[in-house]
Ligand binder design. Structure first.
Ligand SMILES: Cc1ncc(COP(=O)(O)O)c(C=O)c1O
Length: 393
């Protein structure tokens, strides 16, 4: 059994409404401890990338361990400022003049995506806000195979290439930001850092901080934390820069599940089950990435598995929407799902709540906080019709 399977096998899914995102505070805190250890051992600062996980009800725990938040939009910056403690680093590829004044009131660090944006907005910096300004750099070093997740792919709009940047352009710029990994381990990070040093190192004497982004599974049990902290310490010694990391996934890795109920089952070319949770509305990465999430008590099958007529235990689970492709995955069950059964989809804390939609008028999952150590549970939010209606007119 994987880590989340072990933890959530103790959870009774009938204790919450369905569908419901359930966050395990004990696993979350375990992840945060690992991140604090990295921060302390390497003498770097670690921020939560709000784009992945922004449940401010757990801000008190996050604030205890991390140094602040990283925002990708005006509202994330406001959430970081209003609901979390510590520094707020804002990087908005599409910053607009109307947002410039407000974003400075929330942010300690403001990172510009292009030289155009920097030149356009530098005159509008407020001395009293005192934001430290940085540039996103693009080392053109690809470690991610899927282009949609590779900020260094050809024709990328994310960040400035080394050939376009020189010391005389830096002016009030005090730092750089680089992010080019996705769900990766130490070696890709090491190679990315080496490429960044080799392409931009000649400019490091002109800045005093660097944000090395997210995209590493720092809290995975297999991740070699000591190799990372050694590398970061050596980097700091060589260049004398304050280093930031901004993980998202790693903060909430294995710390959440989505409880869902079987609404109907049947047989067309094979067994299907209609669930009250939707891939497209509640777990969009299942379709976008794509990937098949783990399901407690069932074996995940290859996404292209054709319905197995002879296999009575294989079911394809889909959402309640009209989208034919709203498929959660195909699984082999020990006990076949029946209408009314509750199932637990694993590892659904990150890039889920932040991305959920009400497409088709589908209800948003409730949110519950559970502590797998003490078994304490509280349902902190249930959504009503007004959440759907208020965005439509
Ligand atoms: C600029 C930036 N920082 C941090 C992250 C967080 O990455 P992850 O959630 O993979 O750790 C992302 C993810 O896309 C990102 O684009």
């Amino acid at each position: 059994m994987t880590e989340t399977q072990t933890v959530f096998s103790e959870f009774d899914p009938t204790r919450v409404p369905s569908p419901c995102y359930v966050i395990d505070l004990a696993t979350l805190e375990g992840n945060l401890r690992v991140l604090r250890r990295i921060a302390d051992d390497a003498d770097v600062r670690v921020l939560l990338a709000l784009k992945a996980f922004a449940c401010f009800e757990v801000a008190a725990i996050i604030d205890t361990y991390l140094d602040g938040t990283a925002a990708s939009g005006l509202w994330e910056a406001r959430l970081g400022h209003d609901r979390f403690a510590g520094e707020v680093h804002a990087y908005l590829p599409g910053l607009k003049p109307d947002d410039m004044e407000e974003i400075q009131t929330y942010s300690n660090h403001l990172i510009f995506n292009s030289l155009n944006q920097w030149e356009r907005f530098a005159p509008h910096l407020s001395a009293s806000a005192g934001c430290k300004c940085g540039l996103r750099i693009n080392p053109r070093h690809s470690e991610v195979e899927i282009a949609a997740y590779d900020p260094c792919a050809v024709w990328s709009r994310l960040g400035i290439l080394a050939q376009d940047l020189s010391t005389d352009m830096l002016g009030q710029i005090t730092g750089f930001h680089v992010h080019a990994l996705c769900d990766q381990g130490y070696e890709p990070f090491d190679r990315l850092l080496a490429a960044t040093e080799s392409r931009f190192g000649h400019l490091f004497g002109d800045i005093n901080w660097i944000n090395l982004g997210g995209g590493q599974l720092l809290t995975d049990r297999e991740y070699p934390v000591e190799r990372l902290t050694d590398r970061l310490r050596a980097f700091r010694q060589r260049w004398g820069l304050q280093v930031y990391l901004e993980p998202g996934t790693a903060v909430a890795l294995n710390a959440g599940a989505l409880v869902t109920e079987v609404v109907d089952t049947g047989w067309n070319d094979g067994h299907f089950a209609v669930m009250d949770a939707s891939a497209t509305c509640h777990m969009p990465d299942v379709i976008e990435a794509p990937y098949t999430p783990d399901l407690l008590g069932a074996v995940r099958l290859d996404p292209i598995t054709e319905p197995a007529e002879q296999d009575d235990r294989v079911f394809r689970l889909g959402g309640p929407t009209c989208l034919a492709g709203d498929i959660i995955g195909t699984y082999r069950f020990e006990d076949n799902p029946k209408t009314g059964d509750r199932l637990i989809i694993l590892d659904q804390a990150y890039y889920t709540m932040v991305k959920s939609t009400t497409f088709n008028g589908t209800q948003l999952p409730a949110i519950a906080l559970w502590n797998s150590r003490t078994d304490e549970l509280s349902v902190i939010r249930e959504f009503a019709y007004d959440t759907f209606e208020s965005r439509l007119g």
